[in-house]
Design a protein around this ligand. Structure first.
Ligand code: NAI
Length: 251
C-alpha cells in the first residue's frame, strides 16, 4: 500500500463519497488528515469513523468557493501542524441538467464556483504553504466529463475540463519547486451524488452502469486508492497527469 506516513494532508469534500473514503484512506496510510466540507453533519460522521479507528483526523466547516474560507482553512492546517504536504481538492457538485440554451446562468456560475474556482483557490493558498514545507503533492478531482461532452451537463463538463487545464498549469509552474500536481478522473462512482441522480432517473442509471465495460460503477474506495497513490511518493515521477479511473468507460 502507498504510504503517507507522517504527512500533513488536507481533503475537501470530506463529508461524503470519494472525499470521505479518501480522507480515511490517507489517514490509514499514516497521514494527519484535515478534512473540510460545508456539510457539518457529514463531517461529524467522517470524524466519528476516523476516531473509531484511532486515526489522526480533524474537520473544519469550509465553503470551497469562498476565498476567505479556503485561506482560513489553509492557515488553520499550518497553525495546527506547522506544514502542508498533500492536498486533495475534491469537493464538487453536478448542477442541474439542461441544454445550453435553457441552462440557468446562476446555476452555471454556481457549478463553476464550486468545482473550478475552488481548485484555483485551493492551490493559490496550498502552493506557498508547500513551498515553505519543502515540496508536496496536490491531487485535484476532475471527471471523465473532462474528456467528454455529456449532453445537458455544460456547466459540469466545462468545470471539469477547467480542472484538467488548471492542473497542468499548476504542474508546469511548480514541478521545479518539488510540488507535483495531478488530477484524478473518476467515472461513474457509487456515492450519494450519483445515488441522488439515480433516484431521479433509475432507468438512465441502469443503462449507464450496463454501458461501462466492467458492468458496474466504482466503489468510492477504488477512487480513494488511486488518489492515495497519486498523492504518495510511489508516484514521484508522475507530473501534470489526469489519471482516469473509470472501469473502461472512456476506452
Ligand atoms: P458527494 O456529493 O458524495 O460528495 C461531495 C462533497 O462535496 C459533499 O460532502 C458536499 O457537501 C461537498 N461540497 C459541495 N459543495 C461544497 C462547497 N461549496 N464547499 C465545501 N464542500 C462542498 O460526491 P462525490 O461523488 O464524492 O464527488 C466528489 C468529487 O468527485 C466531485 O468533484 C465530483 O464532481 C467528482 N466526481 C464524481 C463522480 C461520481 O460518479 N460520483 C464521477 C466523476 C467525478
Amino acid at each position: 500500500m502507498a504510504s503517507l506516513q507522517n504527512k500533513v494532508v488536507m481533503v475537501t469534500g470530506a463529508a461524503s463519497g470519494i472525499g470521505r473514503e479518501s480522507a480515511l484512506a490517507f489517514a490509514r496510510a499514516g497521514a494527519w488528515v484535515f478534512g473540510a466540507d460545508r456539510d457539518t453533519a457529514g463531517l461529524r460522521q467522517t470524524n466519528q469513523l476516523a476516531a473509531s479507528e484511532g486515526l489522526r483526523f480533524s474537520v473544519s466547516e469550509v465553503d470551497v468557493s469562498l476565498a476567505s474560507d479556503v485561506e482560513r482553512f489553509t492557515a488553520h492546517v499550518l497553525a495546527s501542524a506547522g506544514r502542508l504536504d498533500v492536498a486533495f481538492n475534491n469537493a464538487g457538485i453536478t448542477g442541474s441538467a439542461h441544454r445550453i440554451e435553457d441552462y440557468p446562468v446562476d446555476d452555471f456560475d454556481r457549478v463553476l464556483a464550486v468545482n473550478l474556482r475552488s481548485v484555483f483557490l485551493g492551490m493559490k493558498f496550498q502552493i506557498p504553504a508547500m513551498v515553505r514545507s519543502g515540496g508536496g503533492a496536490i491531487v485535484n478531482t476532475a471527471s471523465v466529463a473532462a474528456l467528454t461532452g455529456p449532453g445537458g451537463m455544460s456547466a459540469y463538463a466545462a468545470s471539469k475540463h477547467g480542472v484538467h487545464g488548471l492542473t497542468r498549469v499548476a504542474a508546469m509552474e511548480n514541478a521545479a519547486r518539488g510540488i507535483r500536481v495531478n488530477a484524478i478522473a473518476p467515472g461513474w462512482t457509487e456515492t450519494p451524488m450519483v445515488a441522488a441522480n439515480s433516484r431521479q432517473n433509475p432507468r438512465f442509471a441502469e443503462l449507464a452502469r450496463t454501458a461501462i465495460p466492467v458492468k458496474r460503477g466504482a466503489d468510492p474506495k477504488e477512487i480513494a486508492d488511486a488518489a492515495l497513490w497519486l498523492a504518495s511518493d510511489a508516484a514521484s515521477y508522475v507530473v501534470g497527469q489526469m489519471l482516469v479511473v473509470d472501469g473502461g468507460m472512456t476506452i
